[in-house]
Design a protein around this ligand. Structure first.
Ligand SMILES: [Zn+2]
Ligand SMILES: [Zn+2]
Length: 374
């Protein structure tokens, strides 16, 4: 099956980087732009230009390029062969196990195939595709969780091409039936060999299987109907947001191809934590250290939240290690209504590893008084 070597067309090695491919493409389209050629030359230039476009379209798209590298073609269609005389002695099933689809069975078992595949809804006219969603990480400080934060986010996305309004053709031009496949999207080739006649059938490489080609490709978007732009979005990250939350901004993603609708923008919120607080619902669960004297006598302990707010905790006399004290309304704001949860202090009683000689004397007296042996 004759394959166009897209790498050769662009004059780059197989492992070429995206930049190399773009650079080669830029240079070649300038060189072969039909407007820069006349007479017989112009025809050659037109053909070259189209080839270059096609090669770039495939090699600049990671998915298409991977497919091309693997199978040597790109498109919805699947290349396959079958033996014209119906003698299936070549183990086709084995050869094409990876490629099996309805088409093979249709033809293999005598089914008629005049045109169209199961995806025929798009055959004969350009298929539009919804734009890809865009995912962006946004980091906020832990203190921002208490107040919320408005953040301006800059990113790159595809937007509808202004020159052609997503049509992919120059204003005034139209999409026309592909002359290579006559609109069917499929090209057939007969090959005679000592084993019989083989028919290769593959997705039309001139139109990518759509059956139509642009009359005059939009110069601004190379026919894709969209162009890459810097975009910005004002993102309101609400108070009370949780780490790992995902905020959706409809239609702020990439423009679709061929007039397809915009994808969405998703902001993944990442909270830069400074505390070791845990979160349960809207409650803050925090370890709070108190002196052993405070545990015995009771008292007041002050804790500062990441937003510098102070929380006063009343410790009742005689509190036991790992008991909790709840301070109402000092937790995280609820992400929907802003109402604050509680601050739940898990008490950790600090036993000093060393005490002063004075403290030791006093403690010894208490021990004597209580009859505790020390
Ligand atoms: Zn355009
Ligand atoms: Zn075609």
């Amino acid at each position: 099956m004759p394959k166009k070597d897209y790498y050769e067309i662009l004059g780059v090695p197989k492992g070429a980087s995206d930049e190399d491919i773009r650079a080669a493409y830029k240079k070649l389209v300038k060189e072969w732009h039909p407007d820069r050629h006349a007479g017989e030359d112009k025809k050659l230039a037109e053909q070259k230009f189209k080839e270059i476009q096609e090669a770039y379209e495939v090699l600049s798209d990671p998915q298409k390029r991977a497919m091309y590298d693997k199978f040597g073609y790109v498109g919805e269609g699947t290349p396959y062969s079958y033996e014209n005389n119906g003698n299936g002695g070549f183990g086709f099933e084995d050869v094409f196990r990876d490629f099996l689809n309805d088409d093979i069975f249709n033809i293999f078992f005598g089914g008629q195939r005049t045109q169209g595949r199961s995806t025929g809804a798009t055959r004969g006219h350009r298929s539009s595709r919804r734009g890809e969603d865009i995912n962006i990480n946004a980091s906020i400080d832990e203190s921002d969780v208490f107040s919320g934060k408005t953040q301006n986010i800059e990113y790159e996305r595809y937007e509808e091409c202004e020159n052609c309004h997503g049509e992919g053709v120059e204003p005034g031009s139209k999409w026309v039936t592909c002359s290579k496949c006559h609109g069917s999207g499929v090209v057939k080739e007969e090959r005679r060999t000592p084993f019989g006649v083989f028919i290769n059938q593959y997705t039309c490489d001139a139109c990518g299987g759509s059956g139509t080609i642009p009359g005059e490709v939009c110069h601004a978007c190379r026919g894709t109907g969209r162009v890459k732009r810097r975009a910005s979005a004002t993102v309101n990250i609400p108070a009370g947001v949780e780490d790992g939350a995902i905020l959706k901004f409809p239609r702020k993603g990439n423009a679709g191809t061929n007039g397809g609708e915009y994808g969405d923008l998703y902001i993944h919120v990442n909270i830069r934590k400074v505390s070791d607080y845990e979160r349960e619902g809207d409650d803050i669960i925090a370890n709070v250290h108190i002196d052993y004297i405070t545990a015995i006598l009771g008292g007041e302990v002050t804790v500062t939240l990441p937003n510098n707010e102070e929380v006063e905790i009343e410790i009742p006399a005689g509190i036991q290690p790992s008991e909790t004290v709840v301070v109402k309304g000092k937790g995280y704001p609820n992400v929907r209504n802003g109402r604050r949860g509680n601050f739940v202090a898990k008490i950790i009683v600090d036993i000093p590893r060393k005490v002063s000689s004075k403290e030791r004397e006093l403690l010894k007296e208490i021990a004597k008084m209580k009859g505790v042996k020390v």
